[in-house]
Write a protein that binds this ligand. Structure first.
Ligand code: ADP
Length: 259
């Protein structure tokens, strides 16, 4: 991130340097949103002033992951005030702007205007905004990158070949948008049975690290497939809040990103 361009903003008379990091994936369901929420919590624990923008217009899930489902952002004039989610993280989601289940109906120009409101909100003294992108590599994502110009991007993939091919496409999307890729994260690698302790790899393991090598991109780390991650996500209490091995895995990646 050291080489990233920065946005200097005025906050209560002080200049704040703010960076934007987008979290993307080639396809849905690989855990991009879960990674975003837990990295935010891990970064916050490390003392970084972090905020979260949920730009996933098709399936905004940050209000559940960071427990702010029933919150509505207040507006000062045209400027939205982020709501405060789990771990006191300021955040805004398309899910906060529409009634539950309605986000799917958003059309291009309207979605564009709503997204701009999220980015132009009053982010106060936040130093780092993590953006949960919609999955895939279509027009919506390209427009978003061109308009909001993140300083860097992180790609999440599962270890399967298919997911990896999609992740490579996500990489070329960021290249086209001239967004530097900070690295790849492998999610759902390695499952330890909570009953018998036996380790297995339902989706394989190591595939993302090998792909990172082939693409000459940094490998940022690996998150295991874990029932505790799924349960804590559903409960809106991200696992990175606690001192579990899963939490430690997210924290190790957060350290690499904030270096
Ligand atoms: P995406 O944002 O890529 O669509 P999500 O973050 O919504 O994916 O995750 C999809 C599902 O997988 C959710 O139910 C989530 O709780 C679960 N999940 C994500 N990562 C893990 C993991 N490492 N272990 C177990 N379940 C996970």
């Amino acid at each position: 991130l050291a080489n990233g361009k920065t946005i200097a903003v005025a906050f209560m008379g002080e200049r704040v340097t703010r960076r934007i990091v987008a979290i993307g994936s080639g396809k849905g369901g690989v855990g991009k949103s879960t990674v975003t929420a837990n990295l935010a919590v891990a970064l916050k624990r490390a003392g970084v002033k972090v905020g979260v923008i949920d730009a996933d217009i098709y399936g905004p899930s940050q209000p559940i992951l960071l427990k702010s489902e029933d919150m509505k952002p207040e507006a000062e004039g045209e400027t939205l005030q982020p709501v405060i989610g789990a771990a006191d993280i300021p955040m805004l989601s398309m899910g906060h702007l529409v009634n539950k289940g309605r986000a799917l109906a958003w059309r291009g120009p309207m979605a564009g205007r709503a997204l701009a409101q999220l980015f132009e909100a009053n982010w106060g003294d936040a130093e780092l905004l993590l953006v949960d992108l919609p999955p895939g590599t279509g027009d919506v994502q390209i427009t978003m990158l061109q308009k909001f110009r993140p300083d860097g991007a992180v790609i999440v993939s599962t270890p399967q070949d298919l997911a990896l091919a999609d992740a490579a496409r996500a990489g070329s999307l960021f290249d086209q948008g001239e967004v530097p890729i900070l690295g790849l994260i492998e999610n759902m690698a390695g499952y330890v049975c909570p009953h018998c302790g036996e380790a297995s790899d339902p989706f394989g393991s190591g595939g993302v690290e090998r792909a990172a090598g082939r693409l000459d991109l940094p490998f940022l780390g690996r998150i295991p497939l874990s029932l505790a991650i799924r349960e804590s996500s559903d409960a809106g209490t991200p696992i990175a809040l606690g001192d579990t091995p899963e939490g430690a895995a997210y924290r190790a990646i957060a350290d690499r990103i904030s270096e």
